[in-house]
Design a protein around this ligand. Structure first.
Ligand code: AOF
Ligand code: ZN
Length: 347
């Protein structure tokens, strides 16, 4: 009945389908569910596809039909206990005759939690914590939103070894390698907002879309958001029909984030120039930093970040390094280093 190896494999699969590219993040978590027969074979699976659609458990149960009886439900988030946009999954699992439930992470949403108690009261064995770290990471922006009522902000920049994003004449293509740019598209695809300042639109004219490795736009695109007071020329690439674009006429990061949160957005990928980056950093509104560092020296040119109001080393903004990955050299491109960091900590 209890098959730890099959359950771990199933949880890895549930996490994988939960993270299916193109699943709109929006105000709901990413959740996956795999139903296992007593001998450890997969009976059915399902994942959540966005607000208002069936929860992962309901999708898996629908796919299994009568074969759900006696199975172990392996699910990345504690089954919900509430009637929201859809009915309570805990009750659905009980009705379907599921024998055991394996959960990665407890539901932090006070409105929905309590499914474990409902399941146990019905005589179903429930265990928690299998691959919890991975599940928490997948839904970190959603959980952040529950706690802080604003979207999580990931600031990404690419720079030379001496911290410059463009040369003295303004040229910046390409500071980073093709591998770093592909990696950036993967990270963009995990977010639901691409945010830049109006100056970036005027100077660089980016498309701000998520492209696959062949350079084609992926099916589901984040919302493109431009912040700033000035008018935007209608011929800019950001106004093509690849994705919707929103112009927020504000310089205030908190105001912009509040508007995006109210629109149901939970994860902002900030790729703005030095001014917008500095505004967010000064406001303490950067939660994750991803830096691609190229082994080139420019000696002059635009810095990756503008004035932070820091005049003495004791006031330096410190970051904790969470990960260092070398993106290998390829063709004529040198290796780049990706640093993933959290502001406020010390490494
Ligand atoms: C999901 N998908 O697969 C699971 C969720 O807005 P509702 O009514 O759909 O309910 C959302 C809450 O349900 C969500 O905040 C979370 O606590 C719980 N579980 N949500 O969107 C799912 N299993
Ligand atoms: Zn549910």
């Amino acid at each position: 009945m209890v098959n730890p190896e099959a359950e771990r494999t199933a949880m890895a699969r549930a996490l994988e389908i939960a993270a299916t590219p193109g699943v709109p993040l929006g105000p709901n978590p990413r959740v996956g569910c795999v139903l296992l027969s007593p001998d450890g074979t997969v009976v059915a699976e399902g994942h959540h596809r966005g607000a208002g659609t069936p929860h992962a458990e309901a999708a898996a149960l629908a796919a299994a039909g009568d074969r759900a009886r006696g199975t172990t439900a392996v699910v990345t988030l504690e089954p919900c206990n509430h009637t929201g946009r859809t009915g309570p999954c805990a009750d659905a699992l009980v009705r379907a005759g599921v024998a055991r439930v394996v959960v990665a992470r407890r539901d932090p949403n006070p409105e929905a939690q309590g499914g474990t108690t409902t399941l146990r009261d019905a005589g179903i064995e429930v265990v928690h914590g299998l691959m919890e770290t991975e599940s928490a990471h997948l839904n970190r922006a959603w959980e952040f939103g529950l706690r802080h009522e604003r979207p999580l902000v990931t600031w990404k920049f690419a720079a030379s070894l001496d911290g410059r994003s463009a040369a003295a004449d303004g040229t910046s293509r390409w500071v980073s390698s093709a591998a770093a740019r592909r990696d950036t598209h993967r990270l963009r695809g995990e977010c639901d907002v691409m945010l830049v300042g109006s100056n970036t639109i005027a100077v660089d004219d980016p498309r701000l879309t998520v492209r696959d490795d062949e350079g084609h736009d992926v099916a589901h695109q984040p919302l493109r958001v431009v912040m700033g007071q000035r008018d935007l020329a209608p011929d800019r690439n950001v106004f093509d029909d690849a994705a919707p674009t929103l112009h927020v006429r504000s310089h205030d990061p908190a105001e912009v984030l509040s508007e995006l949160f109210d629109l149901g957005r939970r994860h902002v990928f900030l790729e703005g120039g030095p001014t917008v980056a500095a505004a967010f950093l000064r406001a303490g509104l950067v939660d994750e930093v991803v830096a691609y560092v190229a082994p080139v020296l420019l000696g002059a040119g635009r810095g990756a970040v503008g004035d932070l109001g820091i005049t003495t080393i004791a006031d330096a903004l410190s970051l904790r390094i969470d990960d260092v990955t070398v993106l290998p050299a390829a063709g004529s491109d040198p290796a780049n280093v990706r640093l993933t960091m959290t502001p406020g900590g010390s490494s």
